[in-house]
Design a protein around this ligand. Structure first.
Ligand code: PGA
Length: 245
C-alpha cells in the first residue's frame, strides 16, 4: 500500500502567486516519487488554479446546495475535480464549534458526493493529562461514524491528530502513536468488523517534519501523514514524501 502524504495548507499562503509557486515546486519534486500518494489541500480559492497533483479541500458543507450563505458543497468540490476533503480538524472543532454531530453530517455528504473524507480525531492536552484519550477517541469515532455503513466507511481515512501535537513542535512519540492507532482499530472493530479494522487507512498528523516522518511510516504502523506547517515549504514537504518510500 502506498503511503498517503497529505498537505494541509490551512489558511495559507496569502497570494495566488505563492500558492502556485509552492504547488509547482512540489509537483516538480514529486516526479521522482513512486512509493507515496500526494494530496494537496489548499484554501478553496486556489483549487481551480492548481493542476497536476491530487487535490483535497479543507472543509465541506453538509447540504449539496441552497440558501446557506458562505458555504461550499461537496458536489461543487467534485465538479472541480477535488478527490479528498478534511473533516473534523481540531481547528474547526475549536474555532468554529464543529460538534461530532456536525462532523457526522459532513462525512455523510462527502461520501454521497464521492469524495474521500479525511476524518480527524484526537485528544487535547487536558484530555491526555486526564487520561481521557481512549474515551475521547471512542466518542469522536462512534459519533462521527454514526449510521455510516460498512461499505461507506471503507472510503474514509482516519487521521489521528493529538491536538497538543498540532503546530507545537511537540510531535507524538512513535510508541504513543502506535498505541493510538491500535486503539482506533479496536474501536472500528467494535463498531464494524475485523476486516475493516485491519484495512481502514489511518494516518498521523501533528508537527510532522522531514526528520520524524520516516519513523512514523516505518515504526508506528500508520498508512500516511497529514502535514500542516511543513507542507508550505516545498523542499521540506518533498523530503517528507520521500522518507515515506
Ligand atoms: P502541523 O499541523 O503539521 O503544523 O502540526 C498538522 C495539522 O493540523 O493537520
Amino acid at each position: 500500500m502506498k503511503a498517503l502524504i497529505i498537505a494541509n495548507w490551512k489558511c495559507n499562503p496569502t497570494t495566488q502567486k505563492e500558492a502556485k509557486e509552492i504547488f509547482d515546486a512540489v509537483k516538480k519534486g514529486a516526479r521522482t516519487v513512486k512509493d507515496a500518494e500526494i494530496v494537496i489541500c489548499p484554501p478553496f480559492l486556489y483549487l481551480p488554479l492548481l493542476k497536476g497533483l491530487t487535490l483535497g479541500a479543507q472543509n465541506i458543507f453538509w447540504e449539496d446546495k441552497g440558501a446557506f450563505t458562505g458555504e461550499i458543497s461537496g458536489v461543487m468540490l467534485k465538479d472541480f475535480k477535488v478527490e479528498y476533503v478534511i473533516i473534523g480538524h481540531s481547528e474547526r472543532r475549536k474555532y468554529f464549534n464543529e460538534t461530532d454531530q456536525v462532523i457526522n453530517k459532513k462525512l455523510k455528504i462527502a461520501i454521497s458526493a464521492n469524495l474521500k473524507p479525511i476524518f480527524c480525531v484526537g485528544e487535547t492536552l487536558e484530555e491526555m493529562q486526564g487520561e481521557k484519550k481512549s474515551e475521547v477517541l471512542e466518542r469522536q469515532i462512534t459519533e462521527g461514524l454514526k449510521n455510516i455503513s460498512r461499505e461507506n466507511v471503507k472510503n474514509i481515512i482516519i487521521a489521528y491528530e493529538p491536538v497538543w501535537a498540532i503546530g507545537t513542535g511537540q510531535n507524538c512519540s512513535v510508541d504513543q502513536t502506535m498505541s493510538s492507532i491500535l486503539l482506533i482499530r479496536k474501536i472500528i472493530f467494535k463498531l464494524y468488523n475485523r476486516e475493516l479494522a485491519d484495512n481502514i487507512k489511518i494516518i498521523y498528523g501533528g508537527s510532522v517534519n522531514s526528520k520524524n516522518s520516516g519513523e512514523y511510516i516505518k515504526n508506528a504502523g500508520v498508512n500516511g501523514l497529514l502535514v500542516g506547517g511543513a507542507s508550505l515549504n516545498a523542499e521540506e514537504f518533498i523530503k517528507i514524501v520521500k522518507s515515506a518510500g
